[in-house]
Design a protein around this ligand. Structure first.
Ligand code: NI
Length: 178
């Protein structure tokens, strides 16, 4: 088990377009995903993308299947490993929601996202994943997959009056370190 360092906004490695995974079910891939879950758990993340630990691959993880103290009101999202994802919006409807990011510690912003999406990709073993989701689940997937194209959530904010420090915006979450 290894908790890896999370790159912070400003690091140019967060701005790369990640490479697709070409070989599934390898030892390297299994170790990478174990480290990603250890790292995400250590900081109570809702998700993590490989570029955030400086690995230039299209690998994201999200969901815990249990309540997350950083997002106590969020619906549960199943624990998922998703490789080479493709997102298709199912309608042009968007909804605003508050987001944070482990690469942007201490801040939250209101971000518009497609409210309903289909996402496809592969699991660790190369098995297909094909899900239609909405709400918080759809938001998490869009946020994590944005990391694979060099986008951090502040780049998606339209109203910067709705961007600020977590402990100011949400005093009841002040125990949360990001
Ligand atoms: Ni993030």
């Amino acid at each position: 088990m290894t908790i890896r360092e999370i790159l912070k906004m400003g690091d140019p490695r967060l701005l790369r377009i990640a490479q697709p995974v070409s070989a599934f079910d390898t030892d390297e891939l299994h170790l990478l995903v174990l480290d990603m879950f250890d790292t995400m758990r250590a900081v109570n993340g809702a998700g993590l993308a490989a570029p955030q630990i400086a690995v230039d691959l299209q690998v994201v993880i999200f969901g815990t299947g249990q309540v997350n103290p950083r997002y106590p009101d969020a619906p549960l999202v199943p624990r998922t490993v998703l490789l080479n994802p493709v997102i298709t919006p199912l309608a042009l409807d968007e909804e605003d929601g508050w987001e944070g990011c482990l690469s942007v510690p201490g801040l939250r912003g209101l971000v518009p996202r497609f409210s309903s999406i289909r996402y496809t990709g592969f699991d660790l073993y190369g098995g297909p994943i094909d899900r239609t989701v909405d709400g918080f689940h759809a938001r998490v997937v869009q946020h994590e997959c944005d990391h694979l194209i060099g986008k951090l959530y502040p780049m998606r904010i339209r109203d910067f009056s709705q961007f600020g420090f977590t402990d100011v915006l949400f005093p009841s979450l002040e125990a949360v370190d990001d």
